[in-house]
Design a protein around this ligand. Structure first.
Ligand code: AMP
Length: 283
């Protein structure tokens, strides 16, 4: 099936009911659109697992703060539809803000400690907004499997926690980060970077490589590695939000680096929000 649906929660549910009646499992890939190969890899992963695959395209207002880029977030629904279908989507769903947040809605999910670190420090509303919209999506679609990228590792961890905390009958599946030929993690916001800014953005992925090299040489002190990464940061235009090594499961800071420690980077580059993360050893 190659179907585009606007709004129409009832129509979406009817289609999914028909698929379940034919014993199809449902795979779900939530996105904010402006799709790239990172999104496509999740869609293909769902398709290859044999799922009837639903992709949502929705820039979720409740995860943006008042001075953030909700209005200027890049959008291109026509292209998104085609890229999602090319990657193996069966349904591409474009809900409206009023579908998911009608005037009558007043319930909001408040995630716990996992949401109070990393991106949650500078964006206190962020993960509550994500959990709220993801819970709405899960209840509308009732997927067997939901796919989230490791590019947004904290989001993946928080959604996994929410699914477990609420005994949701679904599996949250992680997908590896897709990078461009220079190592920069693909992101819809990369479209906002000019050539000079793009070159500076490569500091994020170079930092991952440098951290891995230091660890391979035997360095085990997180602060030593982080100091080195900070001094290599281009002074002009990159404003570091966080640069930390954390445990992959509880996201606590690590005192001694181990094979599964993860480097997390969050920054603004001339006002464009960029994040990246990776395990210190290549998986
Ligand atoms: P977004 O549209 O930014 O909300 O992302 C939608 C989904 O795609 C999320 O689960 C992201 O983690 C995932 N994603 C975004 N960029 C990448 C990437 N470069 N590689 C893999 N997954 C990604």
């Amino acid at each position: 099936m190659n179907q585009r649906l606007h709004s129409d929660i009832a129509g979406l549910r009817t289609l999914l009911h028909q698929q379940r009646a034919m014993n199809r499992t449902i795979g779900f890939v939530p996105t904010m659109g402006f799709l790239h190969q990172g999104h496509q890899s999740l869609i293909t992963q769902s398709r290859e697992a044999g799922n009837f695959t639903v992709v949502s395209i929705f820039v979720n207002p409740t995860q943006f703060g008042p001075n953030e880029d909700f209005e200027s977030y890049p959008r291109d629904p026509e292209r998104d539809f085609q890229l999602a279908i090319d990657a193996g989507a069966d349904i591409v769903w474009f809900p409206e803000v009023t579908d998911l947040y009608p005037k009558s809605a007043q319930t909001f999910v408040t995630p716990g400690d996992l949401a109070k670190r990393l991106c949650g420090v500078s964006r206190p509303q962020f993960f509550g907004g994500i959990c709220t919209v993801v819970l709405k999506f899960f209840n509308i679609i009732a997927p067997d499997k939901a796919y989230f990228g490791e590019k947004d590792y904290q989001q993946l961890a928080i959604v996994r926690r929410m699914a477990a905390d609420f005994y949701m009958d679904l599996e949250v599946v992680g997908g590896a980060t897709v990078r461009d030929e220079n190592g920069l993690a693909l992101s819809s916001r990369n479209a906002k970077l000019n050539d000079a800014q793009y070159q500076r953005a490569l500091w994020l992925s170079k930092s991952i490589a440098a951290a891995r090299a230091a660890y391979a040489r035997g360095e085990r002190d997180p602060q030593t590695v982080l100091e080195h990464l900070k001094t290599s940061c281009p002074a002009d235009g990159i404003d570091i939000d966080y640069l930390e090594f954390r445990d992959p499961v509880d996201l606590e800071l690590v005192e001694t680096l181990a094979d599964d420690s993860r480097l997390f980077i969050g920054c603004w580059l001339d006002g464009v929000r960029l994040i990246d993360n990776a395990q210190i050893t290549e998986p």
